[in-house]
Each structure stands twice: as structure tokens, then as C-alpha cells.
Design a protein around this ligand. Structure first.
Ligand code: SF4
Length: 216
């Protein structure tokens, strides 16, 4: 990895930090790592807003792994039916909760390897939990914003999230691995939106190769 690519990435990070000093929005209503894990599972292919609209009541009814493990899948489905792919998600949450109790005595593991061995937990979900709750930077959570913007900025030439994560981990200092996800999500919501990004208003325009962006 060339030093100039790393330097350029740090410059981009500094500018993003300057514009988005605080991460606003995202998932809410959770009060434990287990609840954040469930909320993150629910957020796959759903907006945070949709997830937040169900989690308040959901966590009142099912506050912990024991409650989800002893509920029927049908009851979980009913409680999360407003989010996309709710049938699959209900099944995974139920199975994950049972395994968490059996294998980890209801304690949330704090390594990527252990987390991703639970049903329904991929690297993105595990990284969100490790970065956001435990402040452990073992990897980088690559969501749709991170994927799109890393590509446009030329930080990766890959489309596969695991490869993108690896590319970013080589470019970005480890202490920033949790932060980069928040910065790119903020930028993806504000300017570098999926369709017709607002390049003319973007503070990164002079540093951005705009890979794959159709220039009018
Ligand atoms: S210049 Fe355009 S493509 Fe590049 S980061 Fe800004 S909005 Fe995204």
C-alpha cells in the first residue's frame, strides 16, 4: 500500500471529520449490546427509521435473549412485520438468541469470530456491535453507504463488502475503523446520495475521482 494513498485517505478523513463532527441519527431505543445486535439484524435492507419505529415496543415485549428464545417465531414475526425480510429476521433472531444462551450463557461475545458464528450475524452486524457498543476496532462495518462512497472516492475497486473492508483496513489507521463508518454514512445521507450525488456542493469534489458517477 503506497504512502501517498494512505496520506490522501487521511486527508479525506480530516475533511469528513470537519464536516460531520457528530454522528446523528442511526439506530435508537437499545439499552444493551444484545438489543443493539437485534436492531442491527433488523436494519439489513431496511432503513434505521423503519427499525426505530418497531424497536421501542419490541424491546419492551422482548427485552433480552431469554425473552426472544422463549417466544414463538410467529410472535416475533408479528412484532417486526414493519421491517423488510421480517420472516427471515424473526427466524435468525430466535435461533441466535437460543445459541447465545446455550453457548455463551447469554453473554455477548466480543470477537468477530465468535459473533459471526452465531446465526444471522455477518461481519457488518458484528462490526457495528463491536465498534459502536464495545469500542473494539477489529474490522470496519461496510454498509451500503460505505460501499458506494469508498468506490466513488477510489478507496477501493471492489464491490464485495469483505474485500472493501480489507481495502479500507489497509488504508485507515485502526483507531478510526469505527469512525469511518459513521463519517461515510453521514456523507451518504447529506451529499453523496445513491442517485445523482450532489457533487457540485461537495467539499470533497477537488479530491474525488467520482468513480462510476455519471457526470452531466
Ligand atoms: S464529489 Fe460527488 S462522488 Fe465524490 S464524494 Fe462528493 S458527492 Fe460523492
Amino acid at each position: 500500500m503506497s504512502t501517498s494513498r494512505k496520506k490522501r485517505t487521511l486527508l479525506l478523513l480530516d475533511k469528513l471529520e470537519e464536516h460531520y463532527p457528530e454522528f446523528k441519527g442511526g439506530l435508537s431505543n437499545y439499552t444493551s449490546p444484545y438489543q443493539l445486535l437485534v436492531a442491527t439484524i433488523l436494519s439489513a435492507q431496511s432503513t434505521d427509521k423503519q427499525v426505530n419505529s418497531v424497536t421501542k415496543e419490541l424491546f419492551y415485549k422482548f427485552p433480552d435473549s431469554e425473552a426472544f428464545a422463549s417466544a414463538s417465531i410467529h410472535d416475533i414475526e408479528k412484532a417486526i412485520s414493519k421491517v423488510g425480510l421480517y420472516r427471515n429476521k424473526a427466524k435468525f433472531i430466535h435461533e441466535m438468541s437460543k445459541e447465545l444462551i446455550e453457548r455463551h450463557n447469554s453473554e455477548i461475545p466480543t470477537s468477530l469470530r465468535e459473533l459471526t458464528s452465531l446465526p444471522g450475524i455477518g461481519r457488518k452486524t458484528a462490526n457495528v456491535l463491536l465498534n459502536d457498543w464495545f469500542k473494539i476496532n477489529e474490522g470496519i462495518a461496510v454498509d451500503t453507504h460505505v460501499k458506494r462512497i469508498s468506490f466513488r472516492l477510489g478507496l477501493t475497486s471492489n464491490k464485495d463488502p469483505t474485500k472493501i473492508e480489507k481495502d479500507l483496513m489497509e488504508l485507515i489507521p485502526q483507531e478510526k475503523w469505527g469512525r469511518i463508518t459513521h463519517l461515510l454514512i453521514s456523507h451518504g445521507r447529506a451529499l453523496c446520495i445513491a442517485q445523482n450525488p450532489k457533487c457540485n456542493n461537495c467539499f470533497l469534489l477537488s479530491d474525488c475521482p467520482r468513480v462510476g458517477v455519471e457526470v452531466e
